[in-house]
Ligand binder design. Structure first.
Ligand code: OAD
Length: 236
């Protein structure tokens, strides 16, 4: 670590939760190998085949409900607790493993699988129970108005102002467990670097946006991140 950092911003993706037993989206056993994105993960699919889409996310919610954080999540929490600067986590993951690992300052740019939103009254609430197209909103009783509070393809990410401010002010940007294929998250590294941040990627294989990083650390995040956190903390 050539300099002392004051503000570290992580961007995490599905790879960070792989060692917790959750499938990634792309690659060998990726979710999108078995299911067509256009059938279950777009806003059009949601309006056309609501029960199919809700069923897909009900299953995913069940799997995620029992998953436990791994060494990568805990390493990030340790950094947040011991680093004498600020550490933020932007995550594309709809799981809640950063929270289960007691991390704070977690921003779910693709939403959370354990939150439901009513499209009629806009109330959002937490639940690990499944929903059906016929379920009524418990707040306004609207019919056919419930959806997972997650971002479908074709929708804007959440918390854009927070993201922009973090990418403006970070002096170290770290992407971990993300393929770097899906914008706008895949462009965050460019924005952070344009604003003066150094950039590292921790991934099993070189991500699609590799050229943007100062260094790429290959390996399982559950092994590489704890070592990196040790190094970073030893230097401060
Ligand atoms: P991907 O499935 O595209 O990429 C996961 C990355 O993690 C791959 O590059 C793997 O090589 C890497 N990986 C796997 N296991 C790992 C491990 N143990 N340690 C480190 N790296 C590992 O997932 P995301 O990049 O998160 O969006 O995908 C981005 C978005 O595309 C998701 O949020 C989702 C998806 O479609 C929406 O649903 C809107």
């Amino acid at each position: 670590m050539p300099k002392k950092y004051r503000k570290i911003v992580f961007l995490t993706g599905a790879g960070i939760s792989a060692e917790s037993g959750l499938a990634t989206f792309r690659g060998g056993n990726g979710l999108w190998n078995n299911r067509n994105v256009d059938d279950v993960a777009t806003i059009q699919a949601f309006y056309n085949n609501r029960n199919d889409v809700l069923g897909f996310y009900n299953e995913l919610r069940n799997e995620i409900a029992t998953a436990e954080p791994n060494a990568a999540h805990f390493a990030m929490t340790r950094l947040q607790q011991k680093f004498p600067g600020e550490v933020y986590i932007l995550t594309q993951n709809v799981d809640t493993l950063h929270e289960k690992a007691q991390s704070n300052n977690v921003c779910h740019i693709h939403g959370q699988i354990n939150k439901i939103r009513c499209m009629h009254c806009n109330n959002v609430w937490e639940t690990w129970n499944g929903i059906t197209a016929e379920a009524l909103c418990p707040f306004c009783q609207a019919k056919e108005s419930l959806r997972p509070d997650i971002v479908f393809f074709g929708e804007e990410i959440m918390f854009t102002p927070v993201v922009r401010e973090l990418l403006r002010s970070a002096d170290l940007f770290i992407a971990a467990g993300t393929s770097g294929e899906i914008p706008p998250a895949s462009d965050f590294v460019r924005e952070a670097c344009k604003n003066g941040a150094a950039a590292l990627a921790f991934n099993l294989e070189p991500p699609a946006n590799s050229a943007c990083f100062d260094r790429i650390i290959l390996g399982k995040a559950g092994e590489t991140l704890p070592k990196f956190v040790d190094t970073l903390l030893a230097a401060v």
